[in-house]
Design a protein around this ligand. Sequence first.
Ligand SMILES: [Zn+2]
Length: 390
Amino acid sequence: MANTKKDKRLPMNNLNDIIKEFGNLDSYKTCPEFWKAVPENGLKFVESLHGATVRVIGQSAGKRDIIALEYGDKEETGATVNNLQSSLASKIANPDPTSIFPEEFYGLKRRVKPVLILQGALHGGELTGTVASLNLCNIIESGVDLRGKAWPELQSMAGQYRLLVIPWSNPDGTARAGIACSSGIPAELYSRLTMGVKKGGIPFKYPENKKQYPVPLAEVAYLGSYYNDNGYNLQYDFCETERQPETKTWMKYYLEEKPDAVVAWHCDNGSLFSMPPALLPVGFQHQVSRIAGAVRQGLCRKGYGVGRLSWAQLPGLGKDNLTQVEAIYHVCGALPLLCELPAGTDNKLFTPDEMLDISLITLEELLFFGLEDGFRPYEYRRKIINSTRE
Ligand SMILES: [Zn+2]
């Protein structure tokens, strides 16, 4: 079980410059009871769950446990290899964009339950998705979220999945989050806590902070929650010759599970599902667009017109670079979905209640899509399931 003792291993944690700029941070630290965002208030809840198998799947650079909560039985697929790219290259054939599911890698046998991974807080202070995932666990076990609000459809749909929740995929960063609930806090304060501050009080700013890789620890006064204890932004770590332990952890676990889809939770003003990643097979890009549209419409119908349409642009409009999102597909063959839930800071304010509702409606639409149309491009899952029952 994960370490619940008081965390003393926190280097580069000098908050003085941030306090000088924003005053005592204690006034920002009130957090509703249902907002289980950080190990300090989340681990006890995790330990109280009866239906989940809780496993330690790896450790961070700072030697913190990375845990997964597992619901639903694991089904065998008969896959024989773990290298998607080799399997894709194993046949010489005319180009067929739909022929991208080699049996050696994906297996011959289709699973009854789709496998979905919810990956929380790769940027350790972006915690709305973690709160949503842990509330979903409560819904699975009791039908209600941690406020007592009933979600019967969500409960029923979640029961038709193998659902795997990683609440803290960068626990070093989360240990440095500073504030568990970002609702209503100044956006600049959120930026300092996530991006960090250099010695001398100079803030690291997004996106220029990405010009340095990793962040030079000798120059840092407060290493923001973006990074692990070695100063790495894990969004790009998969390209390194020596990968960080957090990256090896997700790669290994995702290959063990070969999920149908992975949701990588992040936070911004709430732009929700990202534009289709540039370097994915076109079928997967199309599927990202379809899901982004379905989720946005679901939210609009329920009174939450969050999400900026700019994300719903066509493939090719972003830069052709790779992030952990694309790496998820190229390693484990899953549909990778980056979802930016609201942080709720003062420049795009949402209350914790609204943020949880938005997140759970997002999950409801996503789970419905995965059961009906399915996450795998070029097929309709309901049709496949019905045909195998005949
Ligand atoms: Zn992020």
